[in-house]
Design a protein around this ligand. Structure first.
Ligand code: NAD
Length: 77
C-alpha cells in the first residue's frame, strides 16, 4: 500500500515514543510509521501495542548510523 506520508519515530521503544506510536499508528492509517530504536537499556518494546498494524514497522538501528538511516529512508519513503 502507498501511504500519504512516512513518519520516522526515533526512540519509539522509549517512554515518549511508545505512547506516541500507540496513539498515532491506529489514528492515521494512511501514514506509515517507522520506529527506529537502538534497543538500549531504556527501551521497552513491549510497551508498543500496535505492532500488528500494517502501517507500523520496527527497525533496530542507531540514529548515528548514517548509512543505515539512508538505507531506511530510501527503501521506505
Ligand atoms: N513511567 C514514567 O513515568 C517514565 C518512564 C520512563 C521515562 N519517563 C520520563 O520520560 C522522559 C524520557 O522519555 P524518552 O522517551 O525521551 O526517553 P526514554 O529513555 O524513555 O527512551 C529513549 C529511547 O531511545 C532509544 N535510543 C537511545 N539512544 C538511541 C540511538 N542512538 N539510536 C536509536 N535509539 C536510541 C532507547 O533505546 C529508548 O528506547 C523523561 O522525562 C523521563 O523522566 C517517565
Amino acid at each position: 500500500m502507498k501511504y500519504d506520508k512516512t513518519v520516522l519515530v526515533t526512540g519509539g521503544a522509549g517512554f515518549i515514543g511508545s505512547n506516541y506510536l500507540n496513539f498515532a499508528v491506529p489514528e492515521y492509517p494512511n501514514y506509515q510509521f517507522i520506529n527506529l530504536d537502538a534497543l538500549t537499556y531504556a527501551a521497552k518494546l513491549n510497551n508498543v501495542h500496535i505492532e500488528k498494524l500494517p502501517n507500523y514497522l520496527f527497525v533496530e538501528a542507531d540514529i548515528r548510523d548514517a548509512n543505515k538511516l539512508a538505507e531506511i529512508l530510501n527503501s521506505e519513503t
